[in-house]
Design a binder for this molecule. Structure first.
Ligand SMILES: [Zn+2]
Length: 630
């Protein structure tokens, strides 16, 4: 990210991460680091740590970590360039305008900026139309009828697109060229090439991106015009599957409460927000796109789905559930009861029953599995065949739950509610899960704690400044077998490469190429490391890894030996050869372990014992004779 010599790199060097984070989180000094309550997850005791020395942050609770830019990107929900600008601003660092940008890129940025500007103008225009024209008056009456008073209209920037057909076009034409206007999606071109307003005689709802800039409109027909809802087409600044309506205003509430309510349309989102529940977003469509879920996941992993209860809404709910489950969301479903004889969407329900009633329902919203069980129970369950149908309806959802324990709990619950024999259900489940199983990660090898400690110490060394880093990387490069098969193998590989490049380490850059688990381990090791590692420790850690390898080689050889003895006989040349190999390995192991013991003793004494040193020298010599030392 922050390339050496780049503006971002320079800003990062000058910026103080403690100061920047301190604007968002109350930090307390704790030793050489600072700690506070994590802004990314709910917690009562601080597990969020900022290291001024390493200029990184890490949360031991939720695993979020990175440099000052990662922090600002996460907090402000912005992209990297924006984060650089913000950090520079906060720290009073002036950044030069980038000259390196290619002409093409500059042109695209310019175009996007102009498209945003056009939308800003259109927004002002639509609002004025609603406020000040005769046609707008009729639209206001309609809104009033839907329970949207003046206050709501101005709060959500609701406007009106007049019926004329070219009113907006005439307003914009003098300032922007035709191509850009068409590109914005606000103006269309007919077959004859004539331009006209895309939105006519419609209520307009501005759709903003995360930072609150209007980038599209959702429009509802005032009369019986079809379609009832018409939205902006995809454009260079608007991609439907990347946007959630109301997210710009909801993000604070979502973060505070650590859950989000997902509704279908903007009218629903507005109704819920007006009921005093700010953490609501609309997917603006019946099905949720994967990018939208990822976007949501940056704010919370807990969601209450409150889609329309009609059939389309129901299947949309179920489709969205699958996606959410796969992304490890904790899902609840709010299915509102009908109001009178009408099926209730959130908008209608709140208008008829009031905010309090909605809040109550929201609190009671069942977990997704209970919702699905309730749905399954509505099916006919009289015969065995019918029960199988119900199970088949439920299975795909249960399968999508990545957590095995939860999956199992739910199987029990389903069995109870559908009055099924649990073993029968479990058999069905495990059959269904067998496809999944192959994807599951194999358990990391069980490693003794000495190896764990050695790993941590060596990784620490690979991240510290100074010459040891390169020297260790050299050793690892010469003998990669030392760390192969270790839990932290990938971390070693990446750090060794980084160290050999002889550039200062950018921890966050290294972190980006690591898998989530490895990334967490790396940050944890970094923040827990207290004293700089000295070479003597490095040597003793390397010895631990060598011993580990020797033991593995010994075990392998012994296994092979046993096989050979059985198949070829105890005195076969193969068996004899293996015996020699094993003996050799045992000798090496003994020598290594003796050396390690002495090392530990001298360390404990913290002074050199001439006798011990003599022995140590002898052992070193014999190791060298065996070709284990240079
Ligand atoms: Zn956290």
């Amino acid at each position: 990210m922050a390339e050496a010599g780049s503006v971002a790199e320079k800003v990062k060097q000058q910026a103080d991460i403690v100061r920047v984070v301190g604007e968002y989180v109350r930090l307390k000094k704790a030793g050489k680091d600072f700690s506070g309550l994590c802004p990314f997850h709910q917690e009562k005791t601080p597990s969020f740590t900022v290291s001024p020395i390493k200029q990184i942050f890490y949360c031991f609770g939720c695993g979020k970590g990175g440099d000052v830019y990662n922090f600002v990107m996460e907090m402000e929900k912005c992209e990297f360039p924006e984060a650089v600008r913000l950090v520079a601003e906060k720290c009073g660092i002036s950044i030069p305008r980038s000259k390196e940008r290619s002409g093409e890129e500059r042109k695209e940025n310019q175009q996007r900026a102009t498209l945003v500007e056009i939308h800003r103008e259109a927004q002002t225009f639509f609002v004025k139309q609603l406020e000040g024209t005769l046609e707008g008056k009729a639209a206001r009456a309609y809104l009033e009828d839907r329970g949207l008073d003046k206050d709501a209209v101005s709060r959500f920037g609701i406007g009106y697109a007049p019926s004329g057909g070219d009113t907006l076009l005439r307003h914009l034409k003098s300032k922007y060229n035709e191509k850009l206007l068409v590109e914005s999606g606000l103006i269309s071109r007919d077959q004859g090439g004539k331009l006209f307003d895309r939105f006519r005689r419609r209520i307009t709802f501005p759709i903003a991106n995360e930072s609150g800039k209007v980038i599209a409109f959702g429009c509802r027909a005032l009369g019986d015009d079809q379609p009832k809802y018409l939205n902006s087409p995809e454009s260079p600044i608007y991609s439907k599957s990347n946007v959630l309506y109301h997210l710009d205003r909801a993000k604070e509430g979502i973060r505070r409460q650590d859950f989000v309510i997902l509704v279908e349309g903007y009218m629903d989102a507005i109704a819920v927000a007006r009921a005093g529940i700010s953490n609501v977003v609309a997917s603006c469509g019946t099905s949720l796109a994967e990018q939208q879920i990822k976007l949501l996941g940056r704010f919370t992993k807990r969601v209450v789905v409150n889609y329309d209860p009609d059939t389309a809404g129901q299947s949309a709910t179920e489709r969205s559930l699958s996606l959410l489950l796969e992304q490890d969301f904790e899902v609840r479903v709010l299915a509102l009861p009908p109001v009178g004889d009408k099926k209730a969407d959130p908008d209608l329900y709140i208008r008829e029953k009031g905010a309090e009633e909605y809040q109550k329902r929201l609190k009671e919203a069942p977990s997704f599995v209970d919702y699905l069980i309730a749905r399954a129970r509505q099916m006919d369950l009289s015969s065995g065949e019918a029960k199988t149908r119900a199970v088949n309806f439920l299975l795909p959802y249960v399968q999508k739950i990545p957590n095995r324990i939860l999956r199992s709990e739910w199987a029990t619950r389903i069995a109870q509610h559908l009055r099924l024999e649990e073993p029968v259900l479990r058999a069905a489940l495990s059959k269904a899960a067998s496809e999944r199983r192959s994807e599951l990660k194999t358990q990391p090898e069980l490693v003794p704690s000495a190896v764990k400690q050695a790993e941590r110490c060596l990784i620490s060394c690979l991240t510290q400044e100074g010459s040891l880093r390169g020297a260790l990387a050299q050793r690892l490069q010469e003998d990669p077998g030392l760390y192969q098969g270790l839990e932290a193998e990938k971390i070693f590989a990446v750090l060794a490469v980084a160290a050999l490049s002889e550039k200062p380490l950018q921890v966050t850059e290294v972190a980006t190429v690591l898998e989530e688990d490895d990334r967490r381990s790396l940050f944890e090791i970094l923040l827990k490391a207290s004293e700089p590692v000295i070479w003597r420790e490095v040597e003793s850690c390397l010895a631990v890894l060598r011993i580990r390898r020797l033991k593995m080689q010994r075990d392998d050889a012994q296994r092979l030996y046993q096989q050979e003895c059985v198949t070829k006989g105890i005195d076969s040349p193969e068996s004899l050869q293996l015996r020699t190999v094993i003996q050799n390995l045992l000798d090496q192991l003994q020598a290594e372990e003796a050396a390690q013991e002495i090392e530990q003793k001298t360390k404990a004494k913290d002074e050199r014992d001439p006798v011990l040193e003599e022995i140590q020298k002898k052992i070193e010599n014999s190791l060298r004779d065996m070709g284990l030392r240079k």
